[in-house]
Design a protein around this ligand. Structure first.
Ligand SMILES: *Cc1c(COP(=O)(O)O)cnc(C)c1O
Length: 442
């Protein structure tokens, strides 16, 4: 480096780290992240990509935009309410506030009145029992799969789990419920056939085997139609009660009470009323809460599960407990709102946004998603754009995930809060502008 080499003017690291703005950023983002940015910009200056006199400013600017963590929030314009790749249920404002409160020290296992230790998550348990009075007790664990592992381990390890061949489902990402059950040391006792399983098939298995529990799974993501038969929970309950074998119903979706919009979707209250001893459901599907597994049912059974050593390994964290309580006792969560969105209002909102960007509105069916209610359309509307807009939307800020179908980019407002319509319109305008520019030059 000669004396006149401009690289001599690149500020030194200690000088940059002492800059008050950069030091403040280090308290917000962490020392290591800031040192990385400083090094990157210094290197860019050595390569000649950044003027040495601009190094300090470039670092300040990069840091101002930087956030801790890489997760980005997404406007869900797919019309799919429980979108697995977008983290399933979005939390209500009440649940978000509860999570923030629970971030510090909280009374999750303490009775402040007496100053003594309490059962973990009592308030959430009470909220679950109030929402589903048919249950004698409730337990919340990490997720639906964890609830299944806990139940089958505690009730059937080393014994048989009786399950219909029509209910041996694979959920998503190659996750098979049956593999999970077998991993607990329970043996699967398959009964019936793919399309038809009768009560007598269960009866035969119960008469012969060493049965720990009978499992009835709601095949949430597919349907067998045509020449089919299955034993209902009520029929099975009569059989299992006579033999003293617990009947577990894995509902998946997490509806606690029936929902008229989804007449075929099972719910916990009805399953328990029909005679299921234990119901398993996810917290972040139609229940609209945080990731969780919900176990509801017979007080003795739930008690046995909560005392099992494995319960500690799958226990819910304090943030999820707080979010679940707020979801149950607070205002209607977004999932419920989006599921029941008024068709006319959806059309008006879509037309206002479409008019701002000069696009058309077309009929579009939303879906429940998350493996729930397969084939049930949720009639609504979408703004139709050129297919290329989808990528521009996805990679913009905010990120907008639209649906591409038959060469059209469809923007469905069902799962977007109405308060974000203006932000959405701006994002659409930007994306269309970018598509036009690349179309003109490319
Ligand atoms: C979703 C689902 C599960 C798994 O629940 P997770 O909360 O994803 O672990 C299990 N059974 C059924 C029927 C489901 O739909």
């Amino acid at each position: 480096m000669t004396r006149s080499d401009p690289r001599r003017r690149i500020p030194r690291t200690d000088h940059l780290l002492a800059d008050p703005e950069i030091a403040t950023a280090a308290r917000r983002l962490g020392e290591l992240a800031v040192r990385d940015v400083v090094r990157d910009v210094q290197e860019a200056a050595r390569r000649g990509d950044v003027d040495p006199d601009d190094v300090q400013g470039a670092i300040r600017e990069t840091l101002a935009r930087r956030r801790v963590g890489t997760g980005r929030s997404v406007l869900n314009a797919t019309g799919v309410v429980v979108h697995t790749n977008l983290g399933r249920a979005p939390l209500s404002t009440a649940a978000r506030d509860a999570v923030v409160d629970a971030c510090g020290y909280v009374d999750v296992e303490l009775d402040l009145e007496s100053g003594t230790r309490s059962r973990r998550g009592v308030a959430t348990r009470e909220a679950l029992l109030r929402a589903c009075p048919a249950a004698g007790d409730a337990l919340m664990v990490n997720n639906g799969a964890a609830a299944m592992v806990l139940a089958t381990t505690a009730l059937a390890a080393g014994r048989e789990v009786v399950i219909s061949r029509g209910e041996m489902i694979e959920i998503g990402a190659g996750f098979r419920l049956t593999d999970l059950i077998e991993s607990t040391g329970a043996r699967l006792r398959e009964v019936g056939t793919t399309n038809r399983t009768h009560l007598r098939d269960y009866a035969a298995a119960l008469a012969e085997g060493d049965v720990g529990c009978v499992l009835k799974v709601h095949p949430s993501n597919y349907r067998v139609s045509g020449f089919t038969a299955e034993a209902t929970i009520a029929e099975l309950a009569e059989l299992t009660a006579a033999q003293g074998v617990p009947l577990i119903a894995d509902l998946g979706s997490g509806l606690l009470v029936p929902d008229a919009t989804l007449p075929d979707e099972p719910d916990a209250s009805s399953a328990l009323a029909a005679g299921a001893d234990l119901v398993i459901a996810s917290g972040d599907k139609l229940l609209g809460g945080p990731q969780a597994g919900i176990l509801l049912g017979d007080a003795d059974l739930v008690g046995r599960l909560s005392k099992h050593p494995l319960a500690r390994a799958v226990r819910a964290d304090k943030l999820a407990l707080a979010a679940m309580e707020a979801t149950l006792v607070g205002p209607v969560p977004p999932v419920t709102e989006y599921l029941h969105a008024d068709n006319e209002r959806l059309r008006r909102r879509a037309e206002v946004v479409a008019a701002e960007v000069g696009a058309d509105v077309v009929p579009h069916d939303g879906r429940v998603g998350g493996g729930g209610a397969p084939g049930v359309p949720l009639p609504g509307w979408a703004i139709a754009l050129a297919e290329q807009a989808a990528k521009a939307l996805r990679t913009g800020t905010p990120a907008v995930l639209a649906r591409v179908h038959d060469g059209v980019c469809l923007v469905d407002l069902r799962c977007i809060p109405a308060t974000d319509d203006e932000i959405l319109a701006e994002a659409l305008a930007r994306a269309l502008g970018a598509v036009r520019v690349s179309g003109a030059t490319g």
